[in-house]
Ligand binder design. Structure first.
Ligand code: BDR
Length: 305
């Protein structure tokens, strides 16, 4: 059983990931920490406690950063709708919000089980950067950091940048540049695992609340003009914790923090001869997902849900 904390900006993607994580027999969710991203922090928290409540999962859900570290809070027309869940309301009673700050929850969980906790960051990296800056001891105690973010090719929110890194480029630079093991699952693989129509129909008809919610979210996403296809997105990353199915390449990476057209762009040194990259600041070695077996991830997601 893997111990995980999901740092989320719920969001359809995050919702699909949270449903999976709370139902996976191989994951133990220690906490869900919230950060502003796809929607404002208040919506993120509301959506996250609603999902946990629908599943009867009494995990700590804590609010963290409501804005990026340095740059202005972006004014975004979210592809997840105004509420973050494309108008879908999880049934039942939301659980109570944990009164602690997300950074405290992360710190306590990581230092309470040194070497055991994997942090899965599915939104802008503001909470994790604050954690590193205020509690640097976590870097040696966390098992690993898995990040949904970045792109070796085109961006999505801009021509050059992936959404999470664009929202808070300084936080992304801090987290990717820190001395802890980081694996990035970016746009090069993000859209590949797609759920077939027949499986979505079956999920929607299922009596189980997690299955039917996942079915509704995927169905709505498939019909949405922005999204276009019912992809797993963040949930693909979380599913890969259980079944693998991802090819990684370690490469030196940095994030462009400058304002302008390259804000949040992932820069990766992909040359074959770069043996001394570790010594050349500010490049940091990051394990980057370069391919996925979409079938493996989609099958596992559907089995668990
Ligand atoms: C990202 O797109 C956003 O809409 C998702 O939340 C995800 O984190 C990929 O850039």
């Amino acid at each position: 059983m893997r111990e995980v904390i999901l740092d989320v900006d719920t969001g359809v993607d995050d919702a699909l990931a949270v449903l999976y994580a709370l139902r996976s027999p191989d994951l133990h969710v220690r906490a869900l920490t919230c950060v502003a991203g796809n929607v404002a922090l208040s919506h993120v928290v509301r959506n996250t406690v609603a999902l946990a409540g629908a599943l009867g999962a009494y995990v700590p859900v804590a609010a963290g950063a409501d804005r990026p570290l340095v740059v202005d809070s972006p004014d975004i027309v979210s592809v997840h709708g105004d509420d973050g869940l494309l108008g879908i309301a999880p049934p039942g009673r939301p659980i109570a919000v944990d009164r602690r700050h997300a950074v405290e929850v992360l710190h306590e969980a990581i230092t309470g089980a040194p070497g055991e906790v994997t942090v899965v960051a599915l939104g802008p990296l503001t909470n994790l950067a604050l954690l590193l800056r205020t509690r640097p001891d976590v870097a040696e105690q966390v098992a690993e950091i898995r990040v949904m973010g970045g792109s070796l090719g085109a961006g999505n929110i801009t021509a050059t940048a992936e959404f999470n890194h664009w929202v808070d480029p300084h936080a992304a630079a801090v987290v990717l540049g820190a001395a802890w093991p980081v694996t990035a699952y970016g746009l090069d693989v993000f859209y590949d695992p797609v759920v077939p129509e027949s499986a979505i129909t079956a999920l929607r008809a299922d009596d189980d609340v997690a299955a039917s919610l996942a079915g509704e979210l995927l169905d709505r996403r498939g019909q949405d003009a922005f999204s276009g296809r019912p992809y797993l997105g963040d949930a693909g990353l979380v599913t890969s914790l259980d079944v693998g199915g991802v090819t990684y390449t370690e490469m030196p990476v940095m994030v462009d923090t400058r304002p302008g057209p390259t804000r949040g762009m992932t820069l990766a040194d992909r040359r074959s001869s770069r043996h001394e990259f570790a010594a050349r600041e500010p490049w940091s070695p990051v394990r980057v997902a370069t391919a996925v077996d979409a079938g493996v991830l989609t099958r596992r997601y559907l089995e668990v849900l």
